[in-house]
Design a protein around this ligand. Structure first.
Ligand code: GRF
Length: 205
């Protein structure tokens, strides 16, 4: 079983989907052993605690500078022997130093069909506002490896969702979460964990 670290900033509904997927046997090749948030009020921390998962908070504003934040984050991930890092609603951009520590072992969920509506400034509701503004009829979610380019890493999995007449950014966000994010993130986490497990990356590396 690989040690999974989940990074969050907010409500943690994607984290909840991962926790539920462990219970229902969708995720069997890894287990969430740490939830780390850059915000102390993130409700995802409550979800982790309710499920007996260790939590840590590292606030960028408390750190002297970005390098200190990144160093502290890496120290925590190493201390918990994290092997697979999942960014689930994590709204802080990680430096190359952190990303390079987890080549093809750090993944992110983005609420659009990359390469559309992604990159700098496209996060949360803004993505869905842009989708409605453009008038596309299909949107969805993407799980991809994290690289040094925001939302630029290789794509692992995608799922399409219809844009409906009368959709607001809120109704569209909810549908993309329910019909796409909460389904493909657990499946992608299991796929990545199983791939590394078969390569022999076990709990002691
Ligand atoms: C969601 O819009 C998700 O697409 C994005 O972050 C937002 C919050 O997700 N990754 P969560 O409820 O905190 O998992």
């Amino acid at each position: 079983m690989l040690n999974i670290g989940v990074l969050i900033s907010g409500g943690g509904t994607n984290l909840q989907a991962l926790i539920d997927a462990q219970k229902t046997g969708i995720i069997t090749s890894g287990r969430i052993t740490l939830v780390l948030s850059n915000r102390k009020d993130a409700y995802g921390l409550v979800r982790a605690t309710q499920n007996g998962i260790k939590t840590q908070v590292i606030q960028r504003k408390v750190c002297a500078d970005n390098e200190t934040f990144d160093r502290q984050l890496l120290e925590v991930l190493r201390a918990h022997q994290i092997q697979i890092v999942v960014l689930a609603g994590f709204l802080s951009i990680l430096s190359d130093a952190v990303v390079k520590e987890y080549p093809n072992r750090m993944i992110n969920i983005h609420p659009s069909l990359i390469p559309s509506f992604c990159g700098k400034g496209f996060y949360g509701l803004r993505v869905h506002e842009a989708v409605l503004q453009k008038g596309v009829k299909i949107t969805g979610a993407t799980v991809h490896y994290v690289s040094d380019i925001p939302d630029g890493g290789d794509i692992i999995m995608q799922k399409a969702v219809d844009v409906l007449e009368g959709d607001t950014p809120e109704t569209l966000q909810r549908r993309v979460m329910e019909e796409a994010e909460w389904k493909i993130l657990p499946e992608a986490v299991e796929l990545v964990c199983r791939t590394w497990k078969e390569k022999g990356l076990d709990c002691h590396e």
